[in-house]
Design a protein around this ligand. Structure first.
Ligand code: NAD
Ligand code: ZN
Length: 340
């Protein structure tokens, strides 16, 4: 079968490999669709910090039909459509026992990063780490498994004890952000303020439920304060995570606001413990990582209900490298999805 693999850091290509056979507790998926994440740009470089075993097949947003089940698998059978959970925790620590592999005490490993992913004709995955994708279009469902999962988890991280949130800022309307706008619109009555560099993505954000859109050109913090009548922002979801977006979050949030950072843009901002500091008092800051197994099922349900829909551009498996290049260049609106 074909697989798009990282051979050495920064060098990936489509190669012929043996079709995996499902081991004990595993299922073999015939891949129907695999989303391309901005993270794939960095995973393909196999940065030392990822400690990746090479070669490894890329692709961590996978939906496929079960082609075969391994020994001991009783809950699933051939022919079912399944979505893979992106993480693999140790399975024994308390968070893993609750399905929170994203909090695994031993540190989780990732599909398409530490073990073979879905940019291939087939992939073997653990049967306890798949969710039922029946009734979903595989191309639209694949981005839900990581972009949608992380967006939902970011939104679920906002807590609102008794208070109604009036205004929520979503920074970065890419693969994750365009799904987050929809989850926020579905969950909150709040006004959504979308922020991006690209007018086309801002237009998409408005179509998906954002009330306001702000072009990030260096003056976005002032523009947000203008439209909000000051720092009337209750939450910021940052899907970029650069110096400038963290700074915007600090400059628009009110007392008691919540900032959730999902983007891995390498940004930093000093945390100042003094009376007049970067963030207003009582602002909470949270960095999120993917989501839980329960949230995977939850986001697929949102997809089935039509509350969340991924905008997609499809590529054949032969063009997996080009798809990642396009995501790196920022020319894909929504999510690139590889269909083998
Ligand atoms: P993407 O390329 O699809 O989207 C990025 C969006 O951000 C684009 O719309 C782009 O125009 C916009 N943007 C870039 N710089 C900006 C700026 N300074 N101000 C405003 N907008 C800006 O990427 P994606 O796949 O949605 O991933 C987004 C980020 O989330 C990446 O850093 C990725 O690595 C990370 N990620 C994190 C997790 C997690 O578990 N925390 C999971 C998946 C992806
Ligand atoms: Zn990802």
């Amino acid at each position: 079968m074909r697989a798009y693999r990282v051979i050495v850091p920064g060098q990936a290509r489509l190669v012929d490999v043996d079709r995996p056979s499902p081991g004990p507790g595993e299922v073999l998926l015939r891949v129907a669709a695999t989303g391309v994440c901005h993270s794939d740009v960095f995973i393909r470089k196999a940065l030392p910090v990822f400690r990746m075993p090479l070669p490894v097949t890329l692709g961590h947003e996978v939906v496929g039909e079960i082609a075969a089940t391994g020994p001991g698998v009783t809950r699933w059978e051939a022919g079912q459509l399944a979505a893979a959970y992106v993480l693999r925790g140790c399975g024994v620590c308390a968070p893993c026992q609750r399905g929170h592999d994203n909090l695994c005490h031993a540190g989780y490993r990732g599909l398409g990063t530490h073990f073979d992913g879905g940019m291939a004709d087939y992939v073997a995955v653990r049967a306890d780490a798949i969710a039922d994708a029946a009734g979903l279009d595989p191309v639209a469902a694949a981005p839900l498994t990581d972009a949608g999962l992380t967006a939902l988890h970011a939104v679920n991280s906002i807590d609102r004890p008794g208070a109604t949130l009036k205004r929520i800022v979503v920074i970065g309307v890419g693969g994750l952000g365009h799904l987050a706008v929809q989850v926020v619109a579905h969950r909150f009555d709040a006004e959504i303020v979308a922020v991006d560099r690209d007018p086309e993505r801002l237009e998409l954000a408005r179509k998906l439920g954002a009330r306001h859109s702000v072009r990030s050109d260096g003056s976005e913090a002032a523009a947000i304060r203008d439209l909000a009548g000051g720092r009337e922002i209750d939450a910021v979801l940052d899907f970029v995570g650069s110096d400038s977006t963290l700074r915007v979050a600090a400059e628009v949030t009110n007392r008691g606001a919540q900032v959730v950072v999902a983007g891995l843009g390498g940004g930093s901002l000093p945390f100042e413990a003094k009376s007049v500091s970067t963030f207003f008092p009582e602002v909470s800051l949270r960095r999120v990582s993917a989501g839980t197994r329960q949230e995977l099922a939850e986001v697929l349900d949102l997809g089935r209900a039509g509350a969340v829909h991924a905008e997609t551009v499809t590529y054949p498996l032969e063009r997996a490298g080009a798809a990642i290049d396009d995501v790196a260049a920022g020319t894909v609106i929504g999510r690139a999805v590889i269909v083998p």
